[in-house]
Ligand binder design. Structure first.
Ligand code: NAD
Ligand code: AOT
Length: 312
């Protein structure tokens, strides 16, 4: 399959390495100059479960990609940060041909509204991933553990191609599963990020340490209840007890000593976070529906305040 990876940070690197190794034709597109330079020189490098790997693939800046003659991939995979998605796709939209599909596995909510500006709903695929990844530096990913992918066509017309993507991901060892309700999965995953990512960033701790605090259970349950109240207004009935279990099981699992990606962005690298697409989205939508979400409001404001303190 002809695949363009739009955003080749931690997750884009993981998926590009696996998809290229399993025989697909990959083109990488990224907006970070140091990353472009490093990947051009050394290929995508990674520590993959303790083993050094490197793989060369063509890579272009967003501006260069705009001018690629006659290149129209079968699939574009979005792996930017949420707040970079609109800008990136506004620049690469001319690569979206009449048969190009766009897959979005970003954390958070509302990405379909951005992508629908650039690709028809019939060729949009949404989902989530439980794979994790980090960046040791430009062009150098840290890839441990295992994961999976859930994906579903946004519109019934896209089902056949989505099943083809599932096969390609299967062959790449990405453990995909066709989802009958990707919107539910996106809300469920947002509960993971709306609790672990934000609380670990505010408390300056890893997932296991958060789980050891007496407050963790009540914090998780209260935040999940706010997500559920807002989701309900969008026709999604979250099973709060199951979602709580899903989040809390990370406290003693393989990723207990993992610092969530928001922690890496904010505390380690002083970068902007995706909070506006997670707790911020719940707060905003809650205001529209008349649902009070005081914990999501406070968390969003604390994260934004910390962004300002660290970026000054
Ligand atoms: P990332 O920050 O590593 O990469 C995203 C983009 O930001 C890339 O274009 C990258 O080149 C650029 N970038 C990275 N570091 C930069 C820096 N210091 N300065 C300027 N630009 C920089 O993001 P990611 O972790 O790959 O996440 C992509 C999406 O996948 C997000 O929505 C994230 O929430 C989601 N996600 C991440 C993980 C994870 O474990 N990392 C797991 C599941 C989902
Ligand atoms: C995560 N982490 O999604 C993934 O760090 O952004 C992230 C992220 C799978 C299960 C638990 C946490």
């Amino acid at each position: 399959m002809k695949i363009a990876m739009v955003g080749v940070g931690a997750m884009g690197s993981r998926f590009a390495l696996e998809l290229h190794k399993s025989g697909n034709d990959l083109v990488l597109i990224d907006g970070w100059d140091e990353n472009l330079a490093a990947i051009r020189q050394n290929g995508v490098q990674a520590n993959l479960n303790g083993k050094h790997v490197a793989d060369k693939m063509p890579i272009y800046s967003l501006e260069e990609a705009q001018k690629l003659p006659d290149y129209q991939p079968d699939l574009m995979i979005a792996f930017t940060k949420s707040y970079q998605l609109d800008d990136a796709f506004s620049k690469v939209q001319n690569l979206i041909g009449p048969h190009t599909y766009v897959l979005c596995l970003l954390n958070g909510m509302g990405h379909e509204e951005i992508l629908k500006k650039y690709v028809p709903a019939q060729r949009l695929i949404l989902g989530i991933t439980m794979w994790t990844a980090g960046l040791a530096g430009p062009g150098n990913a840290t890839l441990f553990g295992t994961g999976n992918v859930e994906l579903q066509n946004y519109d019934p017309a896209g089902k056949e191609f989505t099943l083809e993507v599932e096969k390609v991901f299967e062959k790449a060892g990405l453990y995909p599963k066709y989802s009958e309700n990707a919107r539910y999965s996106i809300w469920r995953k947002a509960c993971v990020n709306g609790t672990l990512n934000t609380l670990c960033s505010i408390l300056d701790c890893n997932i296991g340490e958060l789980g050891q605090t007496k407050e963790a259970e009540d914090l998780l349950k209260t935040i999940i209840a706010e997500f559920a109240a807002v989701a309900s207004h969008e026709g999604i009935e979250l099973d709060q007890a199951e979602v709580y279990q899903h989040v809390a099981e990370t406290f003693n699992g393989d990723i207990a000593d993992h610092y969530p990606s928001m922690y890496q962005d904010l505390i380690k690298n002083h970068r902007q976070t995706e909070v506006d697409f997670i707790n911020g989205a719940v707060w905003r939508r809650g205001q529209e529906y008349g649902v009070a979400t005081p914990y999501c409001a406070l968390i969003t404001q604390l994260i934004h305040a910390k962004e300002q303190l660290l970026n000054k």
